[in-house]
Design a protein around this ligand. Sequence first.
Ligand code: HEC
Length: 160
Amino acid sequence: MWKPVAWTLGFLATVGVLDATAVIYGGLYNVAATKQHLQPVYTVLEKAMHYSVQRRARKIEVPTGLDTASTQRLGATLYQYACNTCHTIPGITGSQPLVGPPLGGIASRQVIAGRLANTPANMVAWITHPQQIDPATAMPDLGVNGRDAVDMAAYLATLR
Ligand code: HEC
């Protein structure tokens, strides 16, 4: 009575292992997802990711003092325009790139990028349109909107 059941289960397990082997060694499934995952796989991965992040985030303590509207806006804008990929900026964590000059102490400098007097208006102009000020500069126009540029200039003005 139990023998056929055991044989059937054994057979199914073997087929399962062979299928898995074919999928893995045949490179059948696009693990790199250069095209989006199939929907069921995507859903499983998405759920697994959410729960695993949730589980690991439980022990993380949120630092205080980060929740003022101005710190959030500032961080968001400097990262949003990727200023930190070229400049080391105090208060903005990440790598320490040296494509552009480090911006620590920029408020104490007389001149912006060796070209403009360091005034708030000129700083906003430089941040929004460096290429119009000097087409040869290595700093690209990043499409910074006026409001964001004013925020950033205000922050840079505190870096004495
Ligand atoms: C692709 C790299 C790159 C990115 C991204 C970039 N910059 Fe620059 N930045 C430079 C370079 C290079 C210079 C030096 C320009 C020169 O002297 O011609 C510079 C100069 C500056 C200066 C003048 C510094 C000084 O010492 O006089 C300021 C201020 C500045 N950038 C702010 C910003 C802000 C704010 C952002 C984000 C909106 C930003 N930069 C994004 C490359 C970059």
